[in-house]
Design a protein around this ligand. Structure first.
Ligand SMILES: NC(=O)c1ccc[n+]([C@@H]2O[C@H](COP(=O)([O-])OP(=O)(O)OC[C@H]3O[C@@H](n4cnc5c(N)ncnc54)[C@H](OP(=O)(O)O)[C@@H]3O)[C@@H](O)[C@H]2O)c1
Length: 268
């Protein structure tokens, strides 16, 4: 199959593209190449999703679109605008080419009213997909763990540099983290079965963990020194900086997220 993948340079896109390449032709839609990534055997389509055109994609004779690209954080308004516009563009291309879509959404969609722009953008994108396309699968993972996780790498850098980890709030929100390898297996299984019947899969791990617990496990056997910052104050400051369009390494939504339970039954 000829598979167009967006978000290929990201944390999940990298192992997924490597797996898909073994049995399929991968067409990677990326904004720029990265020297650390091996693109051997792939067709590269260098573009921002918000600028794509039908002829630009049509010439790659795509059989399936796997949409992963996302903006997780940014100034107020940009996350929702960028993700919804990108989704609208790529799903419209799928509709016109009449090819199925595998959309990597997020479990956060279930809690979008309490969360924020990222979760809302995923909910809107799911709705657009359902309106535009008849053949699709939506995959909603919980927190994804594994080598290269940008959020865990950021925490590791802070711990290394300062000797402590700042926790905004208590970090006691419960989640069912899933390993990136399990998630990639589930996506590849869907692709290989060519199963695009409008289904929504929630992909979660077996274990319930708090975010604080995830960090403690990551640093094992060394103990972690947490510095707690009050939840309300952290949220207020980060929201203010987002309004002022000051770039930040985390979003107000992530602060809410690590402090609330987001659990689903194990079988779906
Ligand atoms: N990581 C998790 O824990 C988690 C949990 C649930 C769901 N998900 C979902 O899984 C998917 C992949 O997540 P990830 O962790 O791999 O994300 P990531 O590491 O942040 O990668 C996102 C990729 O999307 C690309 N991108 C963003 N906006 C774009 C645009 N306008 N045009 C073209 N490319 C664009 C980025 O390109 P650049 O490299 O050019 O910036 C980046 O390579 C996302 O849809 C995310 O919502 C992730």
């Amino acid at each position: 199959m000829r598979i167009l993948i967006t978000g290929r340079n990201g944390f999940i896109g990298q192992p997924l593209a490597a797996r898909l390449k073994k049995d399929h032709t991968v067409i990677s839609l990326i904004r720029r190449t990265q020297s650390s990534i091996d693109y051997t055997g792939e067709e590269l389509l260098i573009a921002d999703l918000r600028d794509i055109t039908l002829p630009g994609i049509q010439k790659h004779r795509v059989d399936l679109i796997v949409h992963l690209a996302v903006l997780m954080r940014g100034a107020r308004g940009t996350v929702e605008q960028s993700n919804v516009e990108s989704a609208r563009r790529i799903f419209d291309v799928a509709r016109r080419l009449d090819v199925p879509v595998l959309f990597l959404s997020s479990l956060n969609v279930l809690f979008y009213e309490q969360l924020g722009a990222y979760a809302r953008s995923k909910k809107t994108a799911e709705d657009i997909l359902k309106e535009y396309c008849s053949r699709y699968a939506i995959v909603r993972p919980a927190f994804v763990m594994g080598p290269g996780s940008p959020s865990l790498q950021m925490v590791a850098r802070v711990q290394k540099r300062f000797g402590f980890v700042p926790l905004l709030g208590q970090g006691l929100g419960k989640t069912q983290p899933v390993s990136v390898s399990t998630l990639v297996d589930r996506i590849v299984a869907l692709v290989d079965k060519n199963q695009f019947e409008g289904q929504t899969l929630q992909v979660v791990g077996q274990e319930i963990m708090t975010y604080r617990g995830i960090l403690e496990q990551m640093f094992k056997p060394n103990p972690v020194r947490f510095i707690h910052l009050p939840y309300g104050l952290s949220l207020f400051v980060v929201q203010l900086l987002e309004k002022l369009r000051i770039p930040l390494p985390l979003s107000s939504e992530e602060i809410r997220s690590v402090n609330m339970d987001k659990l689903v039954p194990l079988r779906n």
